[in-house]
Design a protein around this ligand. Structure first.
Ligand code: BES
Ligand code: ZN
Length: 461
């Protein structure tokens, strides 16, 4: 271990208080990307972050305009002949609803029992800030950094990253890199440093069913008019068989399986399916076609109804035959499924089960390709060593069921390895009330990120 990285470690230990204050400031900005009324607050978060990238030592800092929310770019390229790491993250957050279920206000951060509670604490403000502080620590503690670091932090990840690719394509030269680093996933468990080598892809669609010209009296018209709500429910029910398999024709055509070594490694991880079921407060889990729960989540695709809307849903009753019904659905994808092809298959299937008497409109919302990486890649091994040094524990490899659409896009554009080094934990309540981030993981995360820069530079010789 070098003298320099000892200085970095000391710097991290000495700055816990001020960094927490900065995180509080960041988390107080309600940068909810899906909320048009808060577009100015989203921009405020971008500007705040740009300021901090400058303070951390980035020689170049820019806020790039897009068709939607801005992208924050920063670069420190002072290490000649050293590799460059592109840090990708997102400063936008999910809406805070239902706000009444939060113990403390979502945009008033608070530390309780070692957890920092706020919307965005783990997803992804707290995690992306780890890398800002890792660069800053190297520069302030030693005057230099073993690797070059470029930041690409977007404001629309939570709405499917619709505009960032265009901006990335305009700035390929500024973003050139040898590896991509993302901290937007979780550790398998406490004290189990984790690298994620697979993410599921996504195809998200909305389906609108239209029936008669307007809502009808269900007594006067019921039994003579095709009911859009019931029709939609039936059509959605045809998308999955009783055995749990997705029933959309062609859905599994391109699905690849994961090799036995990797599955054997998952089987060694401590995962209690019964405890998982109990924690979710359900009396049974979905049948998972001969795969363990962990495998079902990591390597199998799925179809889910994300939302349903039709008819009278207010208090009391209203005898109505609704004129329209709407559902939002998404499919999580694995290699080699393609989001466009799967959206085509879903559309064809829904049309094939649409009865006369209603019209169906299907709109594509967003999508992302699945992504995976070989566990033995030297860059992942450098990350594994960095985690080992920081946590003093063996690194485990997992695949996540969630999606980060830009990861596949960046892989395609730059063709460089991607490291998903997440510091969240089960129980962080991402996208839900009382989101939190274990504070100790923030500091150990900074140390891990700092060590990674050193390991990558060393291993690239
Ligand atoms: N950080 C998550 C993705 C994630 C969550 C990965 C949990 C691994 C474990 C990310 O911010 C996210 O929520 N992504 C969305 C993408 C979608 C909006 C296109 C997702 O997975 O639903
Ligand atoms: Zn998220």
């Amino acid at each position: 271990m070098s003298q320099s990285s000892d200085n970095v470690r000391e710097h991290i230990d000495g700055n816990r208080g001020p960094w927490l204050d900065e995180l509080f400031e960041f988390l107080r900005i309600p940068s909810v990307s899906t909320d048009r009324e808060r577009a100015d607050r989203v921009r405020e978060a971008a500007d705040w972050l740009a300021g901090k990238l400058g303070d951390a030592g980035c020689a170049e800092v820019e806020v790039w305009e897009t068709e939607g929310h801005p992208v924050v770019y920063g670069a420190w390229r002072g290490a000649t002949d050293a590799p460059t790491v592109l840090v990708y993250g997102h400063y936008d957050v999910q809406p805070e609803d239902p706000v009444e279920l939060w113990r403390t206000a979502p945009f008033e951060p608070e530390v309780r029992d070692g957890r920092l509670f706020a919307r965005g604490a783990a997803d992804d403000k707290g995690q992306l800030y780890i890398h800002v502080k890792a660069l800053e620590s190297w520069l302030q503690a030693t005057g230099t950094c073993p690797a070059n670091v470029v930041f690409l932090i977007e404001g629309e990840e939570e709405v499917g990253s619709p505009n960032v690719e265009a901006v990335v394509r305009e700035h390929l030269e500024q973003l050139r890199c040898d590896a991509v680093m993302v901290s937007d996933t979780a550790m398998f468990g406490p004290d189990m440093p984790t690298l994620c080598n697979g993410l599921r892809g996504l195809a998200y669609l909305q389906i609108d069913v239209e029936g008669p010209k307007g809502d009808l009296h269900s007594g006067v018209y019921g039994g003579t008019v095709v009911n859009p709500a019931e029709t939609l429910a039936k059509m959605l029910a045809t998308c999955r068989n009783a055995d749990g398999r997705v029933a959309i024709p062609g859905f599994y055509d391109k699905v690849q399986t994961v090799d036995d070594d990797e599955r054997a490694a998952w089987a060694d991880l401590p995962f209690d399916e019964e405890a998982y079921r109990e924690d979710l407060d359900v009396d049974a889990l979905l049948s998972v076609e001969g795969f363990s729960v962990l495998e079902a989540r990591s390597m199998r695709p799925t179809f889910e109804v994300n939302g349903l809307l039709s008819g009278w849903t207010g208090e009391g009753s209203k005898t109505v035959l609704p004129a329209t019904a709407m559902a939002k659905v998404s499919m999580r994808l694995v290699a080699d499924q393609d989001p466009d092809e799967i959206a085509d298959a879903f559309t064809a299937h829904i049309h094939s089960v649409t009865p006369p008497g209603v019209r169906v409109k299907i709109s594509r919302m967003h999508g992302g390709k699945p992504w995976s990486a070989p566990r033995d890649h030297p860059v992942l091994q450098a990350a594994s060593r960095a985690l080992h040094r920081a946590f003093d524990a063996e690194t485990v490899f997992i695949r996540e069921g969630g999606s980060i659409p830009l990861v596949g896009t960046l892989q395609g554009l730059f063709g460089v390895p991607t490291v998903l080094m997440g510091f969240g934990l089960p129980g962080d309540n991402l996208h839900a009330p009382n989101e939190s981030f274990v504070l100790e993981n923030f500091y150990t995360g900074v140390l891990s990120a700092a060590y990674f820069l050193e390991e990558l530079a060393g291993s690239s010789d």
